[in-house]
Design a binder for this molecule. Structure first.
Ligand code: IDP
Ligand code: MG
Length: 170
């Protein structure tokens, strides 16, 4: 029995554009893991760059950032989720399949729905954290503590003065 873990899952812009959200969530529900955070997020260049910071020296980096920002799919958004439970990281990675969608098991999410563009971008529909350190870094990048319904990592309360925020007009 593995320990309980959290993992970040992103449905990338190609997944949203191809109306695959339902299919992907159904596949992920096979894991019996719990969703403890979820949102649709706009992806700024800063966020995309931070997310893939470890790949910044790769020749495909600029294209990859454009892809995650939704510039290839006229949708500047992704669906971000935190899945939580026993052995979550490996369970989600196994369902996601290999990075290269042409090499991924055809019944995996990437194997079934991914493609390589003529420019060589791996449009592989889903992101999943690959180890606990990466999961913590990524979850803390995409979510604040109040957006997650379990306490995953140490947090603190602060009283922020003069923070600019948008509220509803009433
Ligand atoms: P992963 O998503 O399976 O963890 P990473 O090596 O972390 O794979 O790469 C992040 C993303 O960068 C991949 O999901 C894919 O979209 C893209 N990518 C990775 N390797 C290549 C490549 O060799 N060519 C084009 N795109 C790539
Ligand atoms: Mg990775």
């Amino acid at each position: 029995m593995g320990a309980e873990q959290a993992t970040l899952v992103l449905i990338k812009p190609d997944g949203l554009k191809k109306s695959l959200t339902g299919n992907i969530l159904t596949r992920l529900s096979e894991t019996k893991l719990e969703i403890v955070a979820a949102k649709i997020a706009k992806v700024s260049k800063e966020l995309a760059t931070q997310h893939y910071v470890h790949l910044q020296d790769k020749p495909f980096f600029e294209e990859l950032i454009c892809y995650l920002m939704g510039e290839l799919h006229s949708r500047r958004k992704v669906m971000a989720m935190v899945y939580w439970g026993e052995d979550a990281i490996n369970k989600v990675r196994a369902l996601a399949g290999a990075t290269n969608p042409e090499e991924a098991d055809p019944v995996s999410i990437r194997g079934a729905y991914g493609r390589i563009t003529t420019k060589g971008v791996y449009e592989n529909v889903i992101h999943a954290s690959s180890n606990e350190q990466e999961a913590q870094r990524e979850i803390q990048l995409w979510f604040g503590p109040d957006e997650i319904i379990v306490d995953l990592y140490p947090s603190k309360e602060i009283i922020a003065k003069e923070v600019k925020q948008r509220v509803w007009v009433k």
